[in-house]
Design a protein around this ligand. Structure first.
Ligand code: BV8
Ligand code: ZN
Length: 242
């Protein structure tokens, strides 16, 4: 086993407090398109131009079409070995926090019991009228779904660019980053804030930080080990016995 992988595996095996920061690369092998990689566009729109309150205000039908397309695609996706390895890690450790930027719900499907979905979930809908938010997995939503209680317009229960993250979720993510002995930073391009800075928070607090990615990222220079490869291949190796 190459020594970087062995170093990371050994540190993980000794750790009692672990955090994982996940990005779209964790779901890539399940067939969920990433945001910024090849094929990251949708009908010639950039995600950053669609995932904003302004875009929704300007053209809610277009934004809903994007989310309906993603919901339909993701409904046919299964968790991959990376999701399953993270769920296994949670079962093994007394203190494990899964922080995810992904809104696809695949961590829960893989058995993770309490992922911190800091960017929300596209399976949750929130009413702009009364604020009611609930899970709704229907794939046959109308172009502009309405609230059953007040008739208000529903929006996807995700955090858009320019919107604040849920304060409690973010607080729990910061605390996990500060308390962990090992942080795994998996499949994120580390450009979206404040999520990306959780990695340097962990590093500053003394954690051993392991990056798993297909390519170098702005975080690579400050992590302890950078493992280049697919998350679905590498994570099971990290959990393997020596
Ligand atoms: C905030 C939910 C305070 C929606 C997402 C100007 C005005 C306002 C804000 C800003 C501004 N300038 C900067 C900001 C901050 C902004 C930001 O960070 N912008 C970036 C683009 C510069 N952040 C925000 O707005 C956040 N809120 O700051 O609030 C505030 C409030 C008002 C004003 C100012 C500040 C909110 C950010 C949340 C946005 N919502 N998603 C939806 O999904 O529909 S973010 C979106 O990007 C997804 O959640 C995604 O997960 C996330 C991050 O992307 P990645 O996960 O990293 O995915 P990506 O495709 O980029 O990379 C994939 C990686 O995986 C690659 O590295 C690839 O190599 C790797 N990979 C691929 N395959 C594999 C793999 N690795 C391993 N194995 C594989 N098989
Ligand atoms: Zn309502």
């Amino acid at each position: 086993m190459p020594d970087d992988l062995e170093r990371a595996r050994a540190r993980l095996a000794q750790a009692r407090r672990v955090a994982a920061l996940c990005g779209a690369g964790v779901s890539a092998e399940s067939g969920v398109p990433t945001f910024r990689g090849p094929g990251g566009l949708w009908e010639n729109h950039r995600p950053e131009d669609l995932a904003t309150p302004q875009a929704f205000g300007r053209d809610p039908v277009l934004v809903w079409r994007w989310y309906q397309w993603r919901r339909e695609l993701i409904s046919r996706c299964q968790p991959n070995p990376a999701h399953l390895a993270l769920a296994e890690l949670e079962r093994r450790l007394a203190e494990f926090t899964l922080i995810t930027q992904n809104v696809d719900g695949l961590h829960s499907l893989a058995g993770s019991r309490a992922p911190l979905e800091i960017h929300g979930s596209l399976w949750r809908l929130r009413c702009l009228g009364c604020g009611d938010e609930r899970e709704d997995r229907r794939l046959d939503l109308p172009d502009l779904p309405r609230c059953g209680a007040c008739g208000g317009l529903l929006r996807p229960g995700v955090v858009w660019f320019g919107e604040n993250l849920d304060h409690d979720l973010l607080e729990r993510a910061w605390q996990a980053a500060e308390a962990c002995q090992v942080m795994l930073v998996i499949g994120t391009s580390a450009v979206v804030q404040p999520a990306a800075s959780l990695a340097c928070t962990a590093k500053r607090a003394g954690a051993f930080v392991v990056e798993v990615n297909l390519e170098a990222t702005p975080n690579t220079g400050q992590v302890d080990v950078s493992l280049l490869g697919r998350a679905g291949d590498i994570l099971p190796l990290l959990l393997a016995p020596a």
